[in-house]
Design a protein around this ligand. Structure first.
Ligand code: AMP
Length: 208
């Protein structure tokens, strides 16, 4: 089962991909997570992409495509995978079609106001990557990680300017993929507004 998860930032693609990955035992491949891990590890790739991620812009297609092509060639992706955050442009989708197939593209739909509310309330514990939300899943003590008590931070790309830019980039570059996969008969919409359990129930219904 080769899946692509589409949708604006903050629509919950990552959360759903984690659940689907556990349920169907297929790897969750998030290009954003791969870039962030490289930035944290201060690798060459990380140094190259840090400023791009912080601003909410897109990493160049060639670089991103190579990364995904390499990841999909690993044994664990042979029986299926979930691509979360890739493709994000038409050239990336064309490249993907050249080295793999896509069985279904799930389009997580969420209105702009909700996207902004979700992203601006997100807080992260830098050491572990644990995420919280000031409204939807607050830490026990405001601004502190539940496990270590250390400070929580706002991701640079969750700052207001970057959020606005990410939404704009999504509309210009990524939204055309909805028509792309729809024309190929692969697109299914998922309403991302309800609570995670309800969204996951929709996803399972589509995939089973
Ligand atoms: P995400 O966690 O999916 O929101 O991705 C975080 C950031 O990583 C994005 O704002 C981009 O800067 C970069 N990124 C992730 N996936 C891609 C992609 N497929 N193409 C280009 N840049 C990407």
């Amino acid at each position: 089962m080769n899946l692509v998860f589409l949708g604006p930032p903050g629509a919950g693609k990552g959360t759903m991909a984690t659940r689907v990955s556990e349920h169907f035992k297929i790897p969750h491949i998030s290009t954003g997570d791969i870039f962030r891990a490289n930035i944290k590890g201060q690798t060459e790739l990380g140094k190259k992409v840090k400023a791009i991620l912080d601003a909410g812009d897109l990493v160049p297609d060639e670089l991103t495509v190579e990364l995904v092509k390499d990841r999909l060639s690993k044994d664990d992706a042979a029986a299926g995978f979930i691509l979360d955050g890739f493709p994000r442009t038409i050239p990336q989708a064309d490249a993907l079609a050249g080295f793999s197939t896509v069985d279904q593209a799930l389009n997580f739909v969420l209105p702009d106001e909700e996207v902004i509310k979700r992203l601006s309330g997100r807080r992260v514990h830098p050491g572990s990557g644990r995420t919280y939300h000031v409204l939807f899943s607050p830490p026990r003590t405001e601004g502190k990680d539940d496990v270590t008590g250390e400070d929580l931070v706002i991701r640079p790309d969750d700052q207001e300017d970057a959020i606005r830019n990410r939404l704009e980039v999504y509309k210009k570059q990524t939204q055309p993929l909805i028509a792309y996969y729809s024309e190929r008969g692969l697109l299914v919409d998922v309403d991302s507004a309800p609570a995670p359990d309800e969204v996951f129930a929709q996803v399972l219904k589509i995939l089973s």
